[in-house]
Unconditional design. Structure first.
Lengths: 222, 222
DNA sequence: CCTATTTTTGACCAGCTGGTTAAACTTATT
DNA sequence: AATAAGTTTAACCAGCTGGTCAAAAATAGG
């Protein structure tokens, strides 16, 4: 019965995903998950001992999914600009198919900060930055961007694609008043965000804050 | 006893704010709010009939606070660039003092989309955009920015300041690995984000997507 | 066909949840 | 000092929560 086994276990997992995604850990009820899967509540505890076990299984899969989306950006055959364009196209498309993911992850991490560990397990984002930086050192030097600015730049890039989904409800309401659809906003956004970032980085002189200029000077002295 | 009245009512409200802000509506317990205020649980119901009444009171005050921060941007004496610099300085400073606000609002709105109405009550953001746009038509024309791009631009501006707070836990963890503090990141961000946006908008030609170029052409024909 | 094993169920439970109530306490008014 | 009004409390409650358990149903192996 490994066959049927897997069927029910999958059914449970999918139902749990569904319910956790739109009610959160605190708001989700084991009864509702069971009902959604069309099975007895005790069966949940047979496959996943506790609510927390079940939640963790869902959370870890979702965390993995969202983070794996950052890896393809390391393809060395693309120029920096193309990489940014590629990222927004892929990332926003992915989030269009999983629109509740950002809100879910952000909320559960805020609610229980220890979960950051599980979220980032196996993904060394620092290293990702450094690799991107060294891969494109020439272009970035032209833009007068040094490694110390990577946190600001990387966080800005991610903000532009993830935030609209985290604030989806609000955005939808505002756009509705103007007769715009959230989805066409997102379609435009794939190109807009890329252009926005590329433009922001190009000719970056005016971007440098005082402290950053100071640290740049200090760097040059060595 | 209006004196003592107000004292307890305020104490309740503050405790409720505290507890709701870090546990959310579903995670907060009336007992915990009472304990935090050092009073009997029944007293909560004496001043605020139900949990939902109490929550709404908190939510509406917080929503008001966060939205009021967008108004000063209408000061007509500032140039567009200065306005952006001013906005990030003020807005990030405000969020530094209320770091849990974005996560709270976003989560509660996602959890219960009807709350958007309460959030946006009395604030016509569309109108804010239009006013900004018409106040700075000359500068924006130079940048080749037309009204149809306002949703993309405004949402980008907000993303850059709000998202780091919504994802605070994750950012902190990543920065920690690099020996950076979230707070110094935020201090830098006030200037960085402003420069980033100003640079992105300046010389905006490359920003235009195909569809937007088409709609611009169509616009010129008239 | 019988038996051993695994899967599924219904009934149940202790503890917690938001909410109520009647009585005690405090304060203001006369 | 007496009384009326507002404030605070302890005790209580029905309903829900995650979780258990013994028994029933389904399956596999011989």
């Amino acid at each position: 019965m490994t066959e049927k086994d897997r069927q029910t276990e999958e059914k449970i997992f999918e139902s749990a995903t569904e319910v956790f995604l739109d009610r959160g850990m605190d708001g989700a009820r084991m009864r509702d998950i069971a009902a959604h899967a069309g099975i007895n509540k005790a069966l949940l505890h047979y496959y996943y001992r506790t609510k927390e076990h079940l939640f963790n299984a869902v959370f870890e899969l979702m965390a993995g999914r969202i983070l794996k989306k950052f890896a393809p950006v390391l393809d060395p055959s693309m120029s920096f600009d193309d990489k940014i364009r590629f990222f927004y196209r892929e990332h926003i498309s992915f989030l269009q198919e999983n629109p509740r993911l950002p809100g879910f992850i952000l909320n559960e991490v805020n609610r229980n900060p220890e979960r950051v560990r599980k979220l980032l397990a196996g993904f060394d984002l620092n290293n990702l930055w450094l690799q991107i930086y060294s891969q494109h050192k020439k272009e970035l030097d032209e833009y007068k961007i040094d490694a110390s600015m990577m946190p600001q730049i990387m966080s800005s890039i991610v903000s532009l694609s993830v935030f609209p989904f985290a604030a989806r409800g609000i955005f939808e309401a505002i756009f509705e008043k103007q007769g715009l659809s959230f989805n066409s906003y997102l379609e435009d956004r794939k190109e807009f965000a890329a252009g926005f970032v590329i433009n922001a980085l190009r000719n970056n002189n005016t971007l440098l804050s005082n402290t950053e200029i100071k640290s740049q000077r200090a760097h040059k002295k060595r």
